[in-house]
Write a new protein. Structure first.
Length: 282
């Protein structure tokens, strides 16, 4: 397998590339331009973005938003001889912006038609392009023999509808957008966790306060219960003492009453006995 030099490209490509421009040959490669037909997936953050193919006017600009796919048809028609295989890529200046070729990296022997590049903007920012802008590179390499199973049939002349119908219409987001969304979700979750932690601390403090109040009330009730029991016991004891005093008083009153009765009986004359008369000195 031998890659074609710039000299070989200059001599052979005029019959293989239409339209051909010799100024696009450099470092053993040929630079292809963006054609007039494109398709860009819908950017759901932009209500004005579409999800259909578009025909560009001469030098008309367009944008591939971050995280979106696009089909780009080349301006040139390519013919690959049966004894040749080609390799394709994008210019480094677009790669640095995050534009990635996901359509493949070679062109089959026998291919005839425009090349259809499927690209993805993996960068953080929109990529601005225009019709007829040099964008893609192609290298040619000779095979040891003509390929007996070379490709037949016509290649692309427009973006096929069956290819577009296979594209998903679901929302597509870039890694940067997803990262931003993740950070925002993480920030909201952290905020909620802080709120929950604050509420948990408040609940814990409230529980401690309630516990202190309950213990205090219990201690007060226990103290007053003990005091009430002591007062009750004191009242009962004093009642018993009072009963004993009353009993002692009753006994004393009875003794005093008996003594008084005896004294009265001793000092009173016997029945039938007259009082002695005074002796006269006369």
């Amino acid at each position: 397998m031998t890659f074609w030099s710039s000299q070989t490209l200059t001599s052979r490509l005029p019959t293989l590339i239409d339209p051909f421009d010799s100024t696009q040959i450099a470092q053993s490669s040929y630079t292809l331009a963006i054609g007039n037909e494109i398709f860009i997936t819908k950017d759901y953050r932009d209500n004005n973005s579409g999800h259909t193919k578009k025909i560009l006017s001469q030098n008309e600009a367009f944008t591939i938003p971050a995280g979106q796919f696009a089909f780009l048809l080349t301006k040139e028609k390519i013919e690959i001889p049966d004894d040749t295989i080609a390799f394709i890529s994008m210019k480094a200046s677009f790669k640095y912006k995050g534009l990635i070729n996901i359509s493949g990296f070679h062109v089959d022997p026998g291919f005839k038609g425009k090349l259809l590049f499927s690209v993805y903007n993996a960068g953080p920012s929109p990529i601005h392009l225009r019709h007829d802008q040099p964008c893609f590179l192609i290298w040619f390499s000779s095979l040891d023999h003509p390929d007996s199973n070379a490709r037949t049939g016509q290649g692309f002349s427009e973006i096929p509808m069956n290819v577009l119908n296979q594209m998903s219409t679901d929302e597509i987001y870039s890694l940067q957008y997803l990262t931003k969304e993740f950070r925002e979700v993480d920030s909201r979750v952290s905020s909620k966790l802080n709120e929950i932690d604050s509420i948990h601390k408040e609940i814990t403090l409230a529980k401690r306060v309630v516990w202190v109040i309950v213990v205090s009330i219990f201690s007060i009730l226990l103290y007053f219960s003990s005091s009430i029991i002591s007062v009750g016991k004191f009242v009962i004891e004093q009642k018993e003492v009072l009963a004993n005093v009353i009993e002692y008083k009753a006994v004393l009153d009875d003794i005093i009453s008996q003594k008084h009765t005896k004294e009265m009986q001793t000092n009173s004359p016997a029945i039938g006995e007259s009082t002695p008369k005074a002796v006269s000195n006369k």
